[in-house]
Ligand binder design. Structure first.
Ligand code: CTP
Ligand code: C5P
Length: 372
C-alpha cells in the first residue's frame, strides 16, 4: 500500500472498500454500507458506470450521475469513486489505499459467470457481512409491475387469496436465494442502528417536511438537500401506508412505512423521522417539535380526508415555505421508467438469476450437498 494514514487515536487508519451498482438505492444497500463502515475508520464506495453495468447485468434504471449522488448522500459514506470497475482487483484496493473489500453474503457474478471478488478473496482481502433479507431491486421492481398490495401487510396478516397464491408460486419456483422475493421484517434494533441519535440543540432552527418518500429517489434527495439549507435540524414526518394509499391510490406506497423509515434515515440530510406522522401539520406538531419552518417541494399538495389544507396551521403561523427543486421525478414517474424498461428488466433478472443459481448449485455440490 502506498501510504499509511492514521485515525484519531494515532493507530493506522483502517480503510474499507465497498462497490456495487446501487441502482435504485434501497435500505439494503444502506445497511451494507453501515456494516462496512463499522469494520474500519474510513469508507470508500466504488460505484460502477452505466457502461459497466450494462455489460455485466443489463441497463440500470438510474443513470450514473443519479446513482453517484444517491450513494454520496448515504450517511456512512466518506468518499465515492465514480466508474469503479465491476471486478474488484488488488490493484483497485491499493490505488485507493484500502485494506479490504466488504460485500454482502450473496454472490456477484461477472458476464462470463465467474466470481467478481475471486482475486481479493484469494489475497485474504475480502470481508463478508449479512445481506439484508427481504429487499432487493428485483423485489421492488416486482411490486411495481405486479400492482399487488402484499407489501402493505406484515407477516402473519391475511393476504387476499390471489396474492397469497402468487407468493406461494414464487417461493416454490426455484429462485436464486439472493435475487428472489422475500419479506423484510422491521425491528427496533435496525431503526436504532440507522438513527443518528442527535437531538436538536435549543439554538437549532428546526425544519419539518412531510410526505410519503416512497422508493426514496433522486427527487427526494434533491428536495432534502435544499430543505436542509434552510435550517440546522431536519425532521421528516412520514405518512402511514393507509394515508399514502388514500391520496395516491393504486398499490401505493410501494415501500411500506418501516421500509420508508430506514431509507429516509439513511440520508445524511435527515436528523429525525416521525414514524406515521398525521397528514395535517397541526399546532401540536409545531409545538412538540419546536418547528421553525415547514417546507414542501415540487409535488402537488393533496387535501386532507375532509378537504382541508394540511398546511393551514404553519401558514397561519407564517412558518411555511414552498420550494422549487430542479428534479421533477416522483414515484409514479419512477414506476413509469421501470414499465418502459420492463422487458429489458425481465431479461436482465432472468440472466442474473440463472448465473447466480449456477454458482449456488456448484458451491453446494462442492460442499457435498446434492442439488434438489
Ligand atoms: N446488498 C445487501 N443487501 C441487499 C441488497 C444488496 O447487503 N438486500 C449488498 C450486496 O451484497 C452488495 C452491495 O449491496 O455488497 C451492492 O449491491 P449491488 O451491486 O447494487 O447489487 P444488488 O442490490 O444485489 O442487486 P439486486 O438488488 O438487483 O439483486
Ligand atoms: O411525494 P412525496 O410525498 O414523497 O414528497 C415528499 C417531499 O419531497 C414533498 O415536499 C415533495 O414536494 C418533495 N419532492 C420534490 N421534488 C421531487 C419529489 C418530491 O420537491 N421531485
Amino acid at each position: 500500500m502506498s501510504q499509511t494514514l492514521c485515525n484519531g487515536s494515532g493507530k493506522k487508519q483502517v480503510r474499507v472498500w465497498v462497490d456495487g451498482c446501487f441502482d435504485m438505492v434501497h435500505f439494503g444497500h444502506a445497511n451494507l454500507i453501515r456494516q462496512a463502515k463499522l469494520l474500519g475508520d474510513y469508507l470508500i464506495v466504488g460505484v460502477h458506470s452505466d457502461e459497466e453495468i450494462t455489460k455485466h447485468k443489463g441497463p440500470p434504471v438510474f443513470n450514473q450521475e443519479e446513482r453517484y449522488r444517491m450513494v454520496r448522500a448515504i450517511k456512512w459514506v466518506d468518499e465515492i469513486v465514480e466508474g469503479a470497475p465491476y471486478c474488484t482487483t488488488i490493484e483497485t484496493l491499493d490505488k485507493y489505499n484500502c485494506d479490504f473489500v466488504c460485500h454482502g453474503d450473496d454472490i456477484s457474478v461477472t458476464a462470463d459467470g465467474s466470481d467478481a471478488y475471486q482475486e481479493v478473496k484469494d489475497a485474504g482481502r475480502y470481508r463478508e457481512v449479512s445481506r439484508t433479507q427481504g429487499v432487493s431491486t428485483t423485489d421492488i421492481v416486482g411490486r411495481m409491475l405486479l400492482v399487488t398490495k402484499s407489501h402493505h401487510k406484515r407477516e402473519g396478516e391475511d393476504l387476499p387469496d390471489k396474492e397469497r397464491v402468487h407468493q406461494i408460486q414464487k417461493d416454490a419456483s426455484g429462485h436464486s436465494p439472493w435475487t428472489g422475493v422475500s419479506q423484510f421484517l422491521a425491528t427496533t434494533k435496525r431503526i436504532v442502528q440507522f438513527s443518528g441519535g442527535r437531538e436538536a440543540k435549543p439554538t437549532d432552527k428546526v425544519i419539518y417536511v412531510a410526505g410519503a418518500f416512497d422508493c426514496f429517489h433522486i427527487g427526494h434527495l434533491t428536495f432534502l438537500e435544499k430543505a436542509a439549507t434552510y435550517g440546522d435540524y431536519v425532521i421528516v414526518g412520514l405518512h402511514t401506508d393507509t394515508e399514502v394509499n388514500r391520496y395516491c391510490g393504486s398499490n401505493y406506497p410501494i415501500m411500506n412505512l418501516h421500509e420508508r423509515v430506514l431509507s429516509v434515515l439513511a440520508c445524511r440530510h435527515v436528523d429525525e423521522v416521525v414514524i406515521g406522522a398525521p397528514y395535517t401539520v397541526s399546532r401540536d406538531i409545531m409545538a412538540h417539535f419546536k418547528v421553525n419552518l415547514v417546507i414542501h417541494g415540487n409535488s402537488k399538495v393533496y387535501a386532507d380526508s375532509v378537504g382541508g389544507d394540511p398546511y393551514a396551521e404553519p401558514k397561519k403561523q407564517e412558518k411555511f415555505r414552498l420550494i422549487g427543486t430542479e428534479s421533477t421525478l416522483n414515484t409514479a414517474g419512477l414506476v413509469q421508467r421501470i414499465i418502459e424498461h420492463r422487458q429489458l428488466y425481465e431479461a436482465r433478472n432472468l440472466k442474473k438469476e440463472k448465473k447466480e443459481l449456477a454458482v449456488y448449485e456448484a458451491t453446494r455440490q462442492d460442499q457435498g450437498f446434492k442439488a434438489v
